[in-house]
Design a protein around this ligand. Structure first.
Ligand code: 3PG
Length: 306
């Protein structure tokens, strides 16, 4: 079988080497398409691939049409909003993710960006601290759990809202669980978003939530830029000059946000949350092992288009 690793934003070399070892060790072929700039390059590379490892790379109907031999796509990471699941199912292609594998890396970036912002980008002006502040986690999955663990070290109080968790279990772990998203936004000093990009969540964080945040509040987004209603965020924060927004990935309206919000807005130019050697190795090797297991035993654990 031919396994193609197609990553516009490449893995660390150690992860690529590890993937190759696993794939070739199981008797398959491993091909690499890194840093491609044109979709045409991906379309050509997938033509004879039986399996595909990707990151945030877009796998849409056109890619699936071009990939006549494709049986499986593994998104080395958590969010799979970049894959057209319906088209994949229609093409008989199994789609998997590698949940949890890059979660700590993303969680550490939450605090990196947060401290950078509340210390005024280390510009010499007095900033503020996290000790004793309340952190609100919107959704309580793998990344969120790591954020909660690290927050305890900072001496923060942690609350979460997630309609899909067993609230009593999470409370028993010592975390506050609030009854609504609105309550979370109103009662916490820092809000960290950990929701996936779905039809329900896209554009869902707008004026109502952001405008209700506490004085001096910070909104941290290492989830997806698409969950923000950008026009409403900019308008609300232009009024509420005490609020800050830090985002792992520039807004579509980046230039306008910089102009209107100044240093209260910080964003990475490329998505950096999962961009550590450790996370690349964890997620990349998991993806390779999942593909080997799929071809060997038909294992479909972590399939997301069942
Ligand atoms: C994820 O969903 O796993 C993260 O957003 C990481 O995305 P990346 O692999 O493109 O860095």
């Amino acid at each position: 079988m031919k396994v193609l690793v197609a990553t516009e934003k490449p893995f660390a070399a150690a992860a690529v080497n590890g993937i190759k070892e696993i794939v070739e060790g199981a008797g398959h072929e491993c091909a690499l398409l890194e840093k491609y700039t044109e979709k045409a390059e991906l379309l050509a590379a997938v033509a004879d691939a039986n399996a595909l490892i990707i990151r945030s790379d877009k796998v849409d109907a056109e890619v699936l049409d071009a990939a006549k031999e494709l049986k499986i796509v593994v998104r080395a990471g958590a969010g799979y909003d970049n894959v057209d699941l319906e088209a994949a199912t229609a093409h008989g292609v199994v789609v998997m993710n590698t949940p949890g594998q890059n979660a700590n890396a993303v969680a550490e970036l939450v605090f990196g960006m947060l401290v950078y912002s509340i210390r005024n980008r280390f510009n010499g002006k007095a900033g503020s601290e996290l000790l004793g502040k309340k952190l609100g986690l919107l959704a309580f999955g793998n990344v969120s759990r790591n954020v909660a663990r690290i927050a305890r070290g900072f001496g923060m109080d942690v609350a979460t809202y997630d309609p899909f968790i067993d609230a009593d279990k999470v409370r028993a772990e010592g975390f506050e669980v609030v009854d609504s998203q609105a309550e979370l936004f109103k009662t916490c000093d820092v809000i960290s978003l950990h929701i996936p990009a779905t039809p329900e969540t896209r554009g869902s964080i707008g004026a109502a939530y952001i405008g209700s945040m506490k004085k001096g509040g910070v909104l941290v987004n290492t989830a997806r830029k698409e969950v923000i209603n950008e026009a409403e965020l900019i308008a609300t924060m232009a009024e509420r000059t005490d609020l800050r927004y830090v985002s792992d990935l520039m807004m579509d309206a980046h230039a306008e946000a910089v102009e209107k919000l100044g240093e209260r807005y910080f964003a990475t130019p490329k998505k950096m949350g999962a961009q550590t050697a450790e996370a690349n190795i964890n997620a990349g090797l998991a993806a390779a092992n999942q593909i080997v297991g799929f071809f060997k035993d038909g294992c479909t654990r972590f399939q997301v288009n069942k």
